[in-house]
Write a protein that binds this ligand. Sequence first.
Ligand code: UDP
Ligand code: MG
Length: 341
Amino acid sequence: APTPAPITGDAASAPKPSRSARTKRGRLSVVIPFYNEGPNIAALFERLVPVLDRLDAEWEVVCVNDGSRDDTLDRLLDVHDADPRVKVVDLSRNFGKELALSAGLRHTTGDAVVPMDADLQHPPELLPQFLAKWREGYDVVVAVRHARVGQSLKHRAFARAFYWIFDNLSEVKLPREVGDFRLMDRRVVDVINRMPERTRFMKGIFAWVGFRQASIPYQQGERAGGDTKWGFLKLLSLSFDGLTAFSTFPLRVWSLVGMAISGFAFVYILLRLLRTLIYGIDVPGYESLLAAVLFMGGIQLVTLGVIGDYLGRVFNEVKGRPLYIVRSAHGFEDEAAAPAS
Ligand code: UDP
Ligand code: MG
């Protein structure tokens, strides 16, 4: 794949889009992760390909099979055989959506890249609008949801709480109602591809890289078929990943808690001392001792747990294992040169 010149900090923070840079007719890459999406594949391509064909641009679709256990891979390969512009990356097991997406992004060659879900919750009909904004000179075009369809009340309340906490704890602000459905210029994709971290909280990464953004509103559809892969526990774990990847507040807060408790204890000791001096020694006071010891013990364990969590993440990063493993890639010009991780 052609690698454009690396971006300096200056270029990355330039406020204005450069219109002159190149005629942005360019090639469009769509990246779609698939995990047990067999029943949706026919409908997806029936809707997606006509939209792509009407675009005034060359295109490719990079499909990532994220270790599906159904017939997803066979169906994708059928589509690839019929239309070589649809390419398939087959991962060696289920790595999760974020890593599947990372794998897909690294296999794209287009000048603009759009990650999309396989379940038709992201309407392909938005692609022409994405391209139009991109050609106006924006580096990132995000699709903003009008309404969250097909999500439970619990799910929505959880999302709201998460955003609130995240915004208050981390230095990046997560845009609301913005998912992975977006267009990114090649420059942005190259920056993301160069990020080595393995805890890939894509929402945070997308927000972190910045660049000039435009947004277009859309109505998120219902899932075409099958069920969402995001159980509540998975969502919870994603939230922790996101928080710890973009904030060190949970590590630092304990020094504040410790200081508050020491201050309190100091005052308490002074009071007891005065009392003892005035009234002499009284034996009771046993509960307060026990309470203090248990309280401190509890806080120390929590602190250790938080440090352990971060340490575990550091350990994972340090091991430097590949983010994902490609079992086979279909339709890429130089398959041997396709990045393995
Ligand atoms: N996905 C994946 N690997 C996983 C889970 C999901 O590649 O382990 C894909 C899935 O096939 C779909 C996209 O990620 O294309 C979004 O998944 P889903 O629709 O279940 O999430 P939701 O829309 O409910 O957030
Ligand atoms: Mg979905």
